[in-house]
Ligand binder design. Structure first.
Ligand code: PLP
Length: 364
C-alpha cells in the first residue's frame, strides 16, 4: 500500500498538533482542580482556559459549559435530566439520542433528510405534556444541516425545550448557540481534532438541568467525577483551532462538489443522498448500485483509502442505516451507500486517488 488517504473525518478527526501538545502538557500536571492549593489552582486554570475556548466555539458563556465524557453522555444528560416526560426526536438523530430513553417519539424527515417541521408542530400539538424536542444540527451520515432555529420557534409555541446535538456541526460550520435559541447543546472533542472520550454539554441560562452522574460537586454540581484534565485541555486547544479554521473548512465543499460531479458523471447510476438540502461542506453520502457498502469499504481500504459504509457509519456494525431508512431509501439501495467525509488535510490529490480507486470497484 503506497499512499493512504483518510476520508472518515465524521467518524473521528485526526488529533490536531495544538490539541496533542495541550493534552500532553496537561498530563504532566499534578493536582486535583478541586484542591485549593497552588497545584490544584494550576490545574483549574488549564481547565477554565479550555472551558473558555469551547464556549467561544459555540458563542456561549464559559460558565455554561459542562465537560462530559463525550457527545453520548452529553446527549443522555440533556435528555434524561431536563425534567420533561415527553421527548420528540427527529428520526435521523444519532443513536446516543434515539436510544437514550424509552418512549421517544420520532419526527419524520423528508427524502433529503430534513426534519418535517409541519409534522413536528402537529406532534407537539397532540398532547399538553411539556416536551423536549431533540434536533441535531448536522447529520453524521449525510451531512444534512437541520433548520434548528425554525424548530425552536415551533417548540416555543408549545412550551417545549430544545436540545441540539451539534457534535458533527461544530468546527465544520459557524455555530452560535444564542442565535439558534436552543436550551442545551452537545459537543464531542474527537470530531473537531481533540482527544476521544471528552465532550461538553452547553446550557442556556436558566434552562432546567440536573446531573446524570451523582457524587462530588464538580462542574457546578452538574457532572460528578474528577475532570479528565488532559482531555479537556486537548479539547480546548482543538476548539480554538477549529474556530480559526472554519473558513478553510468551508473550502472543502469545492473538493466535495467536484468529487460528486465525477461520481455522477461516471455512469454507474450513483445517487447522492441529501443533495438538495443544505449540507456540511465535507460530507458526501452516495450509492454505487450493485456493490455493497461494506465491500466498497474493504476494497477501498486495500487501495489505502478510508471511508465508512452508509449502513455502518456509527460503529462498524452492519445493518440498514436508520438515517437512510427514515429518508425513504430502500434496504437494497441503502446497502450500497458509502460516506466520504473530508478534513482539512485533504486536497485534490486525495479526491483523485479516491476517484481512481472508486472507479475500479466492481470492474473486472
Ligand atoms: N452525536 C453525533 C451526531 C455523532 O456523530 C456522535 C459520534 O459519532 C455522537 C453524538 C457521539 O459522540 P461521542 O463519540 O463523543 O460519544
Amino acid at each position: 500500500m503506497e499512499q493512504t488517504v483518510y476520508l472518515d473525518h465524521n467518524a473521528t478527526a485526526p488529533i490536531s498538533a495544538p490539541a496533542r501538545d495541550a493534552a500532553f502538557e496537561a498530563l504532566a500536571l499534578t493536582g486535583n482542580m478541586s484542591s485549593v492549593h497552588r497545584f490544584g489552582r494550576r490545574v483549574r486554570r488549564t481547565v477554565e482556559d479550555a472551558r473558555e475556548s469551547v464556549a467561544e466555539l459555540v458563542g456561549a458563556k464559559a460558565g455554561n459549559v459542562i465537560f462530559t465524557s463525550g457527545g453520548t453522555e452529553a446527549n443522555n444528560q440533556a435528555m434524561a435530566r431536563c425534567g420533561r416526560a415527553r421527548v420528540l426526536a427527529s428520526a435521523v438523530e444519532h443513536p446516543s439520542v434515539l436510544k437514550a430513553l424509552g418512549g421517544i417519539e420520532t419526527v419524520p424527515v423528508t427524502a433529503d433528510g430534513v426534519i418535517d417541521l409541519g409534522a413536528l408542530e402537529d406532534m407537539l400539538g397532540e398532547s399538553g405534556t411539556p416536551a423536549l424536542v431533540c434536533l441535531m444540527l448536522a447529520n453524521n451520515e449525510t451531512g444534512v444541516v437541520q433548520p434548528v432555529g425554525k424548530a425552536v420557534e415551533a417548540a416555543r409555541r408549545f412550551g417545549a425545550l430544545v436540545h441540539c446535538d451539534a457534535v458533527q456541526a461544530a468546527g465544520k460550520i459557524p455555530l452560535d448557540m444564542a442565535a439558534l435559541g436552543v436550551d442545551t447543546l452537545s459537543l464531542s472533542a474527537h470530531k473537531i481534532g481533540g482527544p476521544a472520550g471528552v465532550g461538553a454539554l452547553i446550557i442556556k441560562d436558566g434552562a432546567p438541568l440536573d446531573s446524570l452522574l451523582k457524587g462530588g460537586g464538580q462542574e457546578h454540581g452538574l457532572r460528578a467525577g474528577t475532570e479528565n484534565v488532559s482531555g479537556i485541555a486537548g479539547f480546548g486547544a482543538a476548539a480554538s483551532a477549529a474556530k480559526d479554521g472554519l473558513e478553510s473548512f468551508a473550502g472543502l465543499a469545492r473538493l466535495r462538489d467536484g468529487l460528486e460531479a465525477r461520481v455522477l458523471d461516471a455512469g454507474r447510476g450513483s445517487r447522492i443522498l441529501g443533495v438538495n438540502a443544505e449540507r456540511l461542506p465535507n460530507t458526501s453520502c452516495f450509492t454505487l448500485p450493485g456493490i455493497k457498502g461494506e465491500a466498497q469499504v474493504m476494497a477501498l481500504d486495500l487501495a489505502g483509502i478510508a471511508v465508512s459504509a452508509g449502513s455502518a457509519c456509527s460503529s462498524g456494525k452492519v445493518g440498514a442505516s436508520h438515517v437512510l431508512t427514515a429518508m425513504g431509501v430502500g434496504p437494497g439501495e441503502a446497502s450500497t451507500v458509502i460516506r466520504v467525509s473530508l478534513g482539512e488535510t485533504n486536497g485534490q490529490d486525495d479526491m483523485d486517488l479516491f476517484f481512481k480507486a472508486w472507479s475500479a470497484l466492481g470492474v473486472a
